[in-house]
Design a protein around this ligand. Structure first.
Ligand code: BG6
Length: 513
């Protein structure tokens, strides 16, 4: 099919659209120094350093870049840090490691060993930064949130937030533990950096398939007329994991599933599905629309939560033919823990487009498989004219599978061959891997690259943080004060039976294949 016709049709353009031939992907990047606080820690070794190495291999970093790890061990130096980096990459990303060119990469990497409260180390850091004048500086907070006040105050005391460094700060989730702590963290950050220098990460936003929701909805005219309460019966969002809490028991005991996944990943997915068309693919244009969604999600009081939210915790069971232990037997988990590892809810977005359309969401650990997907369930046609009175017409579904097999599938009813009255639901399928030859970059690559470019589109703005916590705080408060039997689902099940009942009583069921 030729594109010539569409190329000659002049349609109005958003005022945010880039000039022809220029996209943010080919804009040259300024020299940069990335300072990783917690440079020797787990996230850094598993994700950040391998990601930066990946960007280096793909020639996506500016020629003039440096990475400075900061933190433990206090007696660490450049040489020992480089040795640890080689080991980490070989351990966590063995397929990425290539001997050729690796030493060149390592020549860009340095280490400042020290405790976060030791101001002299920040002075050393400053000397290192001053030795590369003209570099933008990114401070990546890959540390436990309890260290943030110390680090940010020391950055301020040593004037490392001076605009000469064109500084940006990246803050990992969890961003606070409730609205109060999140607002305190926002003010702490604002005491040092302007909002447009603050990059709050939710790695789901770096996933290609999550971003693609915006393309699917707004680069095609066919969906938008249907995308509302007149045609959509309900929406299902599933974020299922087959893994347990692994080595993160201590963190998870304090977090629980709602803080870990709902407050961020699930609600971000919901915003992409529900938002109004932004006026451009511009950071604030998109973030303005998302925050409107968050502010329209129906507030959940105790009575609402009791009726429409389900919590669960896994016991032992079988996954993929293997016996796995229950949550209470995991490392650093209390033997009488009540921490939920599963959550399901019916939510509503009280705005013109979505009034009365239920959004059923569920997430959990030790579910039968790893699968993140959104299913748009369309209403049935208004009149039954096929088959017999007692036949069911199945709903048409649009399934957006975020991972692991990235796909978009449209399920519709067609005539069954040779049978005059019979219908059958079939699928039309688009599979990313089959269609595109390019391999998806891991989410961190995209996010780090955007941070180098100063593009905030895929990062969470302060007003969203406030709104997100105002949605989940009442849920957490009610769930934490409620009695429930633990464990209430076996590893390998789709959560407790109440999660199924939540839909069953509305005459619906979870779509799972
Ligand atoms: C993290 C959570 O944010 O997301 C983890 O803290 C979870 O508990 C992980 O396992 C899931 O991410 P992904 O990309 O594997 O779906």
């Amino acid at each position: 099919m030729s594109d010539n016709i569409s190329a000659t049709i002049d349609i109005p353009k958003s005022r945010f659209i880039k000039p022809c031939g220029m996209t943010s992907d080919n804009a040259p990047l300024d020299p940069v120094t990335i300072v990783i606080f917690g440079g020797g820690g787990d996230l850094s070794r598993r994700k950040l350093i391998p990601t930066i190495y990946h960007l280096f291999k793909e020639n996506l970093l500016p020629d003039d870049f440096s990475v400075i790890g900061f933190g433990s061990p206090p007696d660490g130096d450049d040489v020992s840090y480089r040795e640890r980096i080689v080991l980490s990459i070989k351990e966590f990303e063995p397929g990425l490691y290539e001997k050729e060119g690796f030493d060149t990469f390592l020549n860009h990497v340095f280490f400042e060993g020290g405790y976060f409260d030791d101001i002299s180390k920040y002075e050393n850091l400053k000397k290192r930064l001053n030795s590369s004048p003209g570099h933008n500086v990114i401070y990546y907070m890959s540390v436990h949130p309890s260290f943030l006040p110390q680090i940010i105050n020391n950055i301020k005391s040593c004037s490392l937030n001076d605009t000469n460094y064109n500084p940006r700060i990246v803050v990992e989730k969890p961003f606070g533990t409730d609205q109060k702590s999140a607002l305190e963290l926002n003010s702490l950050l604002h005491s040092c950096f302007e909002e447009n220098r603050i990059f709050r990460i939710d790695h789901y936003l770096g996933k290609e398939t999550v971003q693609n929701i915006i393309y699917l909805r707004f680069a095609n005219i066919i969906f938008e007329p249907l995308w509302n309460r007149n045609n959509i019966d309900s929406v299902q969002i599933t974020v299922a994991e087959d893994i347990g809490v692994e080595h993160r028991g201590k963190f998870y005991e304090q977090a629980g599933v709602v803080r870990d996944i709902v407050q961020n990943h699930i609600l971000q997915l919901m915003a992409f599905i529900a938002m109004e068309p932004p006026v451009g693919f511009d950071a604030d244009a998109i973030r303005d629309e998302k925050v409107k969604v968050f502010n329209s999600i129906r507030m959940m009081d105790d009575e609402y939560v009791s009726k429409n939210c389900v919590q669960g915790q896994y016991g032992s069971g079988m996954i993929g033919g293997q016996k796995v232990s229950g949550y209470r037997d995991e490392f650093r988990v209390a033997s009488d823990s009540k921490t939920p590892t599963f959550f399901a809810a019916k939510m509503f977005i009280d705005n013109w487009r979505w009034a009365d359309v239920p959004f059923y969401v569920r997430t959990g650990k030790r579910l039968p498989k790893r699968c993140t997907e959104v299913i748009i369930c369309f209403k049935r046609p208004p009149l039954k004219i096929f088959g017999t009175a007692c036949d069911d017409i199945e709903q048409s579904l649009l399934r957006i599978r975020i991972q692991p097999n990235e796909q978009i599938s449209f399920f519709t009813n067609v005539k069954y061959p040779n049978d005059a009255y019979r219908m059958s639901r079939v699928s039309m399928n688009f599979d990313y891997k089959d269609y595109f030859k390019e391999k998806n970059y891991p989410p961190y690559s995209r996010l780090i690259l955007d941070c180098l470019k100063g593009d905030l589109t895929l990062f969470v703005r302060e007003d969203s943080i406030k709104a997100l916590w105002s949605i989940v705080d009442p849920i957490i408060n009610k769930l934490e004060s409620s009695e429930y039997t633990c464990p209430n689902y076996s590893a390998g099940d789709w959560g407790p039976v109440e999660a199924d009942n939540l839909l069953k009583r509305d005459g619906r069921s979870w779509y799972t294949d």
